[in-house]
Ligand binder design. Structure first.
Ligand code: AGP
Length: 609
């Protein structure tokens, strides 16, 4: 997730307006920043890696001439956070500048095609192919306007984009276009703006025009013109008057970042389905060759590893060992060796315990693989191969969207490994791939249809002294994660363990009204789990079931239940089944008067051991 901005101002320079707007978009990404303005038939550019304030201190982002310009604050997905990869990007002749938010899935083949045509690329980004594509169209059809060249070029793109383009050849225009990445236009009597999100221009105007997928917008000193990309037909749309405060706008109207990020998961899951095949295949090769694989992480990322161990085993028949990072050295420090492979999972890529475990393994010549949300983090620098999960910045301390993204990437790796090892048929492969593609819609349906029910459950149990979270098989990982969320956000002591363990001790805690959350998809464990539910119910527990919709067997045993759409394969079930538990933690925190975004005693990234 990055932030783009552009403006045409009637009086004064565009650069300070762009700089201030990028600061307001900083929550969308902040590892690099850049601006480009037009003045006296030339482009003026400043860009570098680093946070906005750092780059401004070095380059003075306000000091660019011209009343029209574009800007970008980056969350790296393709290409490390380096000056050369910062936006804006230029065509070969430096006559077109572009900023982009999104992921171009077919950028490799487009890049090859354009290089064969003689285009020279400077960066490792997917974005740069767009500006060379526009250049190519415009050079082959010089009679086209910039807008028509952009319109033709974006038809070649697969994936998501929100772009803003300027050129000295049409010095009073900004051309924008969007598909599956947000884009809004702001207008007032002094200027016209385009941005990834409303906070960028809200202090300047509350008149906003939402741009829809498949639309192109031409900004000029006269205002804005919207066209459909498909057929270039004009679209008439009046500005809406917004009544948001700037603080509300940064949260897109949600009361807390945590709730916004829970709701973002359909979009972030779509982004993890746009990973570059090359990196997935490369990591799959390393996993396939591995003698032994340790999945090393902390907290929520460890729960993703726990779920992944079931995925790798059930799909690829590969035994992997999920290890809590702080225990790795004690448990395996002496045995890890050149034949070991470590897949370290860390949203921040900076968790001290995880890095310590990785460094211990590196010193013993193990192969290091990494899965992280932060390109350029320490984990990416010490991994032989890494994958960026492309979730965008997660502001809430609780890991929510980054957890489901981790699971999505890990399940894709397990599926590829299964295919490489010939462990599943092409039909099974196609079936699971299709189910994976459907997951964003499944998660969206859960949020739309079950959130209110979870809110009621939180009200009913808000004073509960503790909770059990139980599951079997892969749902054990979901249970552990649901427990962590409730503990860290609502400060409710909770216990999670495999449901089969109840009779080996924990069931002694049960008394009438004791809330027990069961994660019970209709998988191989369903029948046994019903027995576990009944043993709890017999002792007066209150049963809260996260179950498949229409599961009458569970419904009649449950005091409360949340329904998950049918047909989710067992190995993918943690992704949808965790959603109600994320919402439960959030609404329990609200009921108990806590701020879910800033839970006490916790930091977003634990960089101390
Ligand atoms: C998750 O909600 C917690 N904030 C915490 O457990 C977190 O998952 C853990 O600290 C690991 O962080 P990482 O993924 O950045 O390594």
């Amino acid at each position: 997730m990055c932030g783009i901005f552009g403006c045409i101002v009637k009086d004064g320079n565009a650069a300070p307006v762009i700089h201030a707007a990028l600061k307001r978009l900083e929550y969308r990404g902040y590892d690099s920043v850049g601006e480009a303005t037009l003045h006296e038939s030339s482009l003026h550019i400043k860009k570098d890696q680093g946070k906005i304030d750092e780059v401004h201190k070095i380059h003075n982002l306000d000091d660019l001439p011209g009343n029209i310009g574009i800007g970008h604050t980056r969350w790296a997905t393709h290409g490390a956070p380096l000056q050369v990869n910062a936006h804006p990007h230029l065509d070969c002749d430096g006559q077109i500048a572009i900023v982009h938010n999104g992921i171009i899935e077919n950028f490799s083949e487009l890049k090859q095609e354009l290089e064969n045509l003689g285009h020279v690329f400077k960066s490792k980004t997917d974005t740069e192919v767009i500006v060379h594509l526009i250049e190519h169209v415009w050079k082959t059809k010089p009679s086209l306007s910039l807008a028509d060249a952009v319109l033709e070029a974006v038809k070649r793109l697969e994936g998501s984009y929100a772009i803003a383009v300027i050129s000295p050849k049409e010095p009073n225009k900004i051309v924008c276009a969007r598909y599956e990445s947000p884009l809004v236009v702001g207008v007032n009597e002094n200027a016209v703006y385009c941005a990834s999100d409303i906070p960028a221009f809200l202090p300047l105007t509350n008149k906003a025009v939402i741009i829809n997928d498949g639309e192109l917008v031409i900004l000029s000193p006269q205002g804005y013109e919207i066209r459909k990309i498909a057929d270039s037909s004009l679209v008439t749309r009046e500005p809406k008057i917004l009544d948001w405060t700037p603080e509300m706008a940064v949260k897109q109207g949600y009361p807390h970042f945590m709730l916004k990020e829970i709701h973002e998961q359909p979009a972030t899951l779509r982004n993890t389905l746009r990973l570059q095949e090359h990196y997935l295949d490369l990591m799959t090769t390393f996993l396939d060759r591995a003698h032994e694989v340790f999945l090393v992480a902390c907290g929520t990322s460890y729960h993703a590893c726990l779920a992944a161990s079931y995925m790798f085993s059930k799909l690829a028949f590969l035994a992997t060992y999920p290890i809590i990072a702080s225990e790795f050295m004690e448990q395996h420090g002496k045995s890890v060796n050149i034949d070991s492979t470590i897949l370290a999972v860390s949203q921040s890529g900076e968790t001290a315990d995880t890095l310590a475990a990785v460094n211990c393994a590196r010193q013993r010549a193990a192969t290091i693989l990494g899965l992280t949300n932060v390109i350029g983090s320490t984990l990416t620098r010490i991994s032989r191969v890494y994958i960026g999960q492309q979730s965008g910045p997660e502001i809430g301390v609780a890991a929510t969207k980054t957890f489901t993204s981790q699971l999505s990437v890990l399940s894709q790796l397990a599926l590829r490994l299964a295919k490489k090892r010939g462990k599943i048929s092409q039909d099974e492969m196609d079936f699971l791939a299709e189910k994976m593609e459907n997951l964003p819609d499944v998660v969206d349906e859960i949020i739309q249809t079950q959130e209110e029910k979870v809110k009621q459950i939180a009200k009913k149990y808000k004073d509960a002294k503790t909770f059990f979270f139980l599951g079997r098989g892969i749902s054990t990982a979901t249970a552990y994660e649901g427990r962590l969320k409730l503990m860290e956000i609502a400060y409710v002591p909770a216990i999670a363990f495999p449901a089969g363990e109840s009779k080996h001790g924990p069931i002694s805690l049960i008394e009438p009204g004791f809330p027990v959350v069961f994660i019970c998809p209709k998988d191989d464990t369903h029948k046994t789990l019903i027995g576990n539910i009944m043993e709890m119910k017999a002792r007066g527990a209150s049963i809260i079931a996260i179950m498949e919709e229409g599961d009458e067997e569970i419904k009649k045993l449950a005091d409360d239940y949340v329904e998950i759409p049918k047909g989710v394969p067992e190995v993918l079930s943690p992704i949808p089944y965790i959603i109600p538990l994320q919402l439960l933690a959030y609404y329990m925190a609200i009921e108990r008067g806590h701020n879910p975004d800033t839970p006490r005693n916790l930091a977003k990234s634990v960089t101390v051991k």
